[in-house]
Design a protein around this ligand. Structure first.
Ligand code: AMP
Length: 214
């Protein structure tokens, strides 16, 4: 299965990507995770990326494409992948079409998780990650066990102020990306305000109904 997950920040892409990865035994490729990893390397490029992340701006397309292409070149993706948070611009989507074509691959679906800005904002401000297990919690919607509270991390870009910037950027860029996949008959929209297991069920149902590749 070759899938991508498109949706606003905190729309639930990471949660669904994890479930899909386990279900289909495919690779999870999150550009947000790869960029956060690049920041830890303290290079000049890492510092530029950190600045983008801190302010809720998109990282320039060519850097993101480089990371994605490197990952596809080095990982075993013969079972498939789920791209999480990529593409975020039309030019990334177009460049990615070429990248797939060169490898003789084609997407099965571009899943779009639809949530309102209000829901995304509520989710993001309470979101906390366990650095040991990478498990993501929400302080009220999906509370962590009290004994691990102290070690949980609140992402620097998960504040209301930065989130408003991220949402503005998202809305500016995403419409042509969605259209791009609609034209290729790959777009599958799901309601992202339901509970994670319900969204997952809906996604699996929708994927079952897509025509199998020849
Ligand atoms: P995420 O973890 O997907 O919410 O991404 C966190 C941040 O990483 C975003 O706010 C952007 O600054 C950056 N980012 C992630 N994916 C992309 C992408 N495909 N293109 C540009 N910037 C990205």
């Amino acid at each position: 299965m070759y899938l991508m997950l498109i949706g606003a920040p905190a729309s639930g892409k990471g949660t669904q990507a994890k479930l899909l990865t386990e279900h289909f035994k495919i690779d999870h490729i999150s550009t947000g995770d790869m960029l956060r990893e690049a920041v830890t390397q303290r290079t000049e490029l890492g510092q530029m990326i950190e600045d983008c992340l801190k302010h809720g701006r998109l990282v320039p397309d060519h850097h993101v494409m480089q990371l994605v292409e490197d990952r596809l070149a080095h990982d075993d993706i013969t079972n498939g992948f789920i791209l999480d948070g990529f593409p975020r611009t039309l030019s990334q989507a177009q460049a990615f079409d070429e990248c797939l074509q060169q490898r003789g691959l084609s997407l099965d679906a571009a899943l779009y998780i639809d949530v309102s800005d209000a829901v995304a904002l509520q989710r993001v401000t309470g979101r906390r990650t366990d650095p040991l297990t990478k498990q993501v919690y929400h302080l009220t919607l999906n509370p962590p066990p009290p004994e691990i509270l102290d070690r949980l991390v609140h992402r620097e870009d998960d504040t209301e102020e930065v989130m408003r910037e991220r949402l503005t950027t998202y809305h500016l860029e995403i419409a042509p990306v969605l259209e791009h996949y609609e034209h290729q008959n790959l777009g599958l929209k799901v309601n992202g305000s339901a509970k994670p297991d319900k969204i997952f069920e809906e996604i699996l149902g929708r994927l079952e109904s897509i025509p199998q590749k020849g």
